[in-house]
Write a protein that binds this ligand. Structure first.
Ligand SMILES: Cc1cc2nc3c(=O)[nH]c(=O)nc-3n(C[C@H](O)[C@H](O)[C@H](O)COP(=O)(O)OP(=O)(O)OC[C@H]3O[C@@H](n4cnc5c(N)ncnc54)[C@H](O)[C@@H]3O)c2cc1C
Length: 408
């Protein structure tokens, strides 16, 4: 098989995985990343799944799944007073984003990454894809991989605008050193995937490792609080203390003090005490609007593939961002190997195998977030959402409403 010249745009989870696997497949791969140097994580958590472990091993990582992060035994739900009202065994391994990123970077060929390279435009010349960067440089490739995240320049160049759809609620997020939390709070939620379900909202927390290199024995608690928010109210929430309006998320340390104070007052009023403790003690919470992004094609033009968040962004309830990105990259490498480097056939096979999957993950995220989304709708929809939160509702759930005389 003739090696392909591959240009990967974006050097994060999807881009590094694609680069590593395509280089292992014998192709000549370069990565172009707009950041000036290796990425710095925000320290938040990543839920890992068996698909992620398998692709990481294929990339050459020697790390066993259990050493990727913190293992939790299962889930629990606390009521407003902090009592455990539901519990089940569901072992999961929760990693830090920085740990996964470092492992991928260590396996890839770092000399093939060009930092400070921001893609500006794409064109086709014969069978080649031409990429032009903001600094004026230009490269040609047989295959260009768009792994440049949710606001993908690659996608914007080759597809009609794919607008992020705001879901009607935001996530307050924070990462807190478990050592600063009261002992009772650590006991209540520090070793579980823990939830509290105030009316119309949802908060969850799970432990992640204290350091990115896997040596830290301590823990941090990753917390995500979903709150329905009218689109009109987003502007105020996402305008920072310096008056700058952020598009869809606002970074740690930039949220206006009065907005933080109001959030903490709400936490004390409506959350179980352990969750209110975490929101009170979190030094640098941050905020993001929840979105759905769906691309109509993962092979949108000759010689071009879209991977990871550039193709599909599902709501965080599914915890699939990193796993999906890595599996996309592995599927692309497999499709090109199966079609012996025939780019057109490989891209068609890749799109056919991964697009339905990406769409199904987005759909599942919508389903899991439907309760929060319903809160801004009319009273009838809110009432229906409330009914479908109960165990009884799922026992009688049928495709058509029961008719008079039906036996349930
Ligand atoms: C620094 C960072 C920290 C993150 N931390 C977390 C976390 O803690 N928890 C979590 O759940 N998710 C986190 N994410 C998001 C997570 O990586 C993704 O949701 C998921 O893993 C899919 O990854 P991706 O590689 O497709 O997209 P992303 O991780 O968004 O990566 C896209 C990459 O493309 C680069 N890029 C964008 N435009 C251009 C351009 N025009 N030219 C060149 N390069 C470009 C970006 O700089 C970025 O490195 C983080 C992402 C980043 C970039």
């Amino acid at each position: 098989m003739k090696p392909l010249r591959v240009a990967v745009i974006g050097g994060s989870i999807a881009g590094l995985t694609a680069a590593g696997l395509l280089a292992r497949g014998g192709h000549r791969v370069s990565v172009f990343e707009r950041s000036a140097g290796p990425l710095a994580g925000r320290g938040a958590g990543i839920v890992t799944h068996p698909g992620l472990w398998a692709v990481l091993a294929r990339c050459g990582s020697p790390v066993e799944p259990r050493d990727l992060g913190v293992s939790v035994e299962g889930r629990r739900v606390l009521d407003r007073d902090g009592r455990v009202v539901a519990e089940r065994s569901l072992p999961q391994i929760l990693a830090g984003w920085g740990r996964l990123y470092r492992l991928l970077l260590d396996q890839g060929p770092p000399e093939a990454i060009r930092y400070g390279a921001t893609l500006a435009a794409i064109a086709h010349e014969g069978d080649e894809v031409v990429a032009r960067f903001e600094d004026g440089t230009r490269i040609t490739a047989d295959l260009l991989v768009g792994a440049d995240g949710q606001f993908s320049t690659v996608r914007a160049q080759v597809l009609p605008p794919v607008a992020p759809a705001y879901a009607g609620y935001v996530a307050w997020r924070a990462v807190v050193d478990a050592a600063i939390l009261p002992e009772a709070t650590r006991r209540a939620i520090g070793s579980h995937f823990a939830f509290c379900l105030p009316p119309g909202e949802q908060i969850l927390a799970y432990p992640v490792p204290a350091t990115d290199d896997g040596t830290g024995m301590g823990r941090r608690l990753n917390v995500v609080w979903y709150r329905p928010t009218e689109e009109a109210a987003l502007a105020a929430l996402l305008t920072d203390s310096g008056g700058v309006r952020h598009a869809l998320s606002i970074p740690p340390g930039r949220i206006k003090p009065e907005i933080l104070a109001a959030m903490r007052a709400d936490a004390a009023r409506i959350l179980a005490p352990p969750f209110a403790d975490v929101m009170r003690l979190a030094e640098q919470p941050f905020l993001q609007a929840i979105l759905d992004i769906e691309t109509p094609s993962m092979a949108p033009a000759p010689g071009i593939a879209l991977l990871g968040d550039a193709a599909f962004v599902a709501r965080p309830h599914v915890g699939m961002g990193a796993t999906k990105a890595m599996e996309d990259a592995a599927a692309l490498a497999d499709a090109l190997a199966a079609t012996e480097g025939d780019v057109a056939a490989g891209l068609a096979a890749f799109d056919a195998s991964r697009r339905p999957y990406g769409a199904s993950v987005v759909a599942r995220g919508r389903e899991l977030g439907a309760y929060m989304q319903a809160q801004l709708r009319g009273a009838a929809e809110r009432e229906a959402a409330e009914r479908f939160r109960s165990p009884e509702a799922v026992m009688t759930w049928t495709a058509v409403p029961p008719q008079a005389g039906d036996r349930l």
